[in-house]
Design a protein around this ligand. Structure first.
Ligand code: C5P
Length: 220
């Protein structure tokens, strides 16, 4: 069974998807980490930012491996290095590139093949796994999302104001929801869940119920 969890940055997807996968005993796939890893590779390569074909070649050459808690880029553990603000502000060069997205979707399908998986991203229910048995679209208000992002960045030692994060977030939301391929939007058969005012555990409980209802429908 594939459970897709899509939604904007800061809706709590990563934490919730990980906990949900643990609860269900499913594999967990953080597709944002894949885009982050190729962005890190591009930063080290100094782009070239104005050459989409070169960026696509770079994405094809990268070896990305993910397990539950680590991301490896060409055998190097980059789990922390992909979470910087520099990666956040350059990721659109890769995420807006259709050839890069094609490569990422190919990898996502290969990783999920043959195993029960909770996969988390922007286009998992629409593009990567259109036939997934259970699709969820998580949302939260922009202010709540920005506050969560500031706390996350602060815990990694980066100082940044809520206003600055909110401005960057609006920019990323706009890019994510208007890109030509793989844009952020709920699949027509996705269940939308707002996480405002809910703890991660409360959201996970709600999702466990949704998954078990879907499982009954699929089996019955
Ligand atoms: O989820 P996370 O914040 O780590 O994702 C980082 C960025 O990667 C997002 O802002 C989005 O631009 C891109 N992304 C994407 N498609 C996905 C996952 C992430 O375009 N499936």
């Amino acid at each position: 069974m594939i459970v897709t969890l899509d939604g904007p940055a800061g809706a709590g997807k990563s934490t919730i998807a990980r906990k949900l996968a643990d609860r269900l005993g499913f594999a967990f796939l953080d597709t944002g980490a894949m885009y982050r890893a190729v962005t890190l590779a591009a930063l080290r390569n100094r782009g070239p930012w104005d050459d989409p074909d070169a960026l696509a070649d770079l994405a094809r050459e990268c070896r990305i491996e993910l397990d539950r808690s680590h991301v490896r880029l060409n055998d190097e553990d980059v789990s922390a290095a992909i979470r910087t603000n520099e990666v956040n502000t350059h990721i659109h060069y890769l995420a807006d590139n259709p050839a890069v997205r094609e490569r990422m979707v190919e990898l996502q399908r290969a990783v999920a093949a043959g195993q029960n998986t909770v996969t988390e991203g922007r286009d998992q229910g629409t593009i990567a796994f259109p036939n997934a048995e259970c699709k969820v679209f998580l949302t939260a208000s922009p202010e709540e999302r920005a506050k969560r992002r500031v706390l996350e960045l602060q815990s990694r030692g980066e100082q940044i104001s809520v206003e600055e994060v909110l401005a960057q977030q609006n920019d990323r939301d706009h890019r994510d929801s208007t890109r030509a391929v793989g844009r952020l939007e709920p699949a027509s058969d996705a269940i939308q869940v707002s996480t405002d005012g809910m703890s991660a555990d409360e959201v996970v409980e709600r999702l466990v119920t949704i998954v078990s209802e879907k499982t009954k429908q699929t089996n019955g």
